[in-house]
Design a protein. Structure first.
Length: 289
């Protein structure tokens, strides 16, 4: 089997897997998991008479509830915050969720850390969308390249898949930057730096499976781009071999003008009485009586 067929088949399968993984990660809500020990917080509040504000927040603020966070939603697999605190709805997997607001009103205005975090979070979504667009373009160029067995089209597909990989990895890098801002900078009361100390101590934050799936999608895109490049090289080498083989059949074979071996000259017969140089023999005056 030609190497181009093998590498193209593997690249196609891995590309489909990468797109599926990226779509799953993009649409699911399990990037970060916030495990909040509400009972411990309530016990702490009951022991301190000056914690009336804390009790109020525990019952009204969504960030005091166990939740999972995605790119678009916060979902609450256990207890749900009150409707007065946040607007809830059922997600496609029957979990109560609330949307993340990417266009909030910033009170201070100007370029603050809060606005910087917001711009970075929007850029994450934009880069993922561009990555999907690059994959769609790669689908059409790859289909054309496989149909016509064109090394140039397959090379363009490899470049597009590499572009999609770079865009997706850039989105992941920005996502980590947003996470850094939320943990280390003052960007809003619902984020880590402005939480009460007891909430910081009683909340366990961890990466969830959607985050792992997204990095797996980026890795599959990179592998697919490498395989497509190898397939383009194989197609070029196979095309060159075919052209050389066809050239051998097309070369004309001309007959040789001279025989392979030289024939010996015929010996000249000399008859008695023949006059050399005359085809009629000697003349009458040349006979001797």
């Amino acid at each position: 089997m030609p190497c181009s067929a093998v590498t193209l088949s593997l690249a196609t399968v891995i590309s489909i897997v990468s797109v599926a993984l990226l779509a799953i990660a993009f649409s699911t809500d399990n990037w970060l998991s916030y495990e909040v020990k509400r009972k411990d917080i309530m016990t702490y509040a009951a022991k301190h008479s000056d914690s009336q504000q804390l009790v109020e927040q525990v019952n009204t603020k969504y960030y005091f509830y166990t939740r999972t966070r995605g790119l678009f939603r916060n979902c609450y697999p256990k207890e749900r915050p009150p409707v007065s605190a946040v607007e809830l709805y059922l997600s496609p997997i029957e979990t109560h969720c609330s949307n993340i607001d990417y266009f909030p009103t910033i009170e201070n205005g100007g370029e603050t850390e809060e606005s910087t975090r917001l711009h970075l979070a929007r850029s994450v979504i934009a880069l993922f969308v561009l990555s999907f667009f690059a994959v769609v373009c790669a689908f059409f160029t790859g289909l054309s390249g496989c149909w016509r067995r064109s090394a140039g089209a397959i090379t363009a597909t490899a470049i597009l898949m590499l572009t999609a990989c770079l865009l997706a990895s850039g989105a992941m890098g920005l996502w980590h930057t947003v996470e850094f801002f939320e943990k280390e900078k003052v960007v809003g009361p619902e984020f880590f730096q402005q939480w009460p100390q007891i909430l910081k101590d009683k909340t366990q934050i961890s990466y969830d499976w959607s985050y792992i799936v997204s990095w797996a999608a980026v890795a599959c895109m990179l592998i697919a781009a490498i395989l497509l490049s190898g397939a383009a090289v194989c197609l070029r080498s196979e095309r060159e071999k075919e052209e050389q083989l066809n050239l051998q059949y097309l070369m004309p074979v001309y007959p040789q003008k001279q025989p392979a071996y030289a024939y010996p000259p015929y010996p000249q017969q000399v008859y008695p009485g023949a006059f050399y140089g005359s085809q009629y023999g000697p003349g009458p005056g040349h006979y001797n009586y």
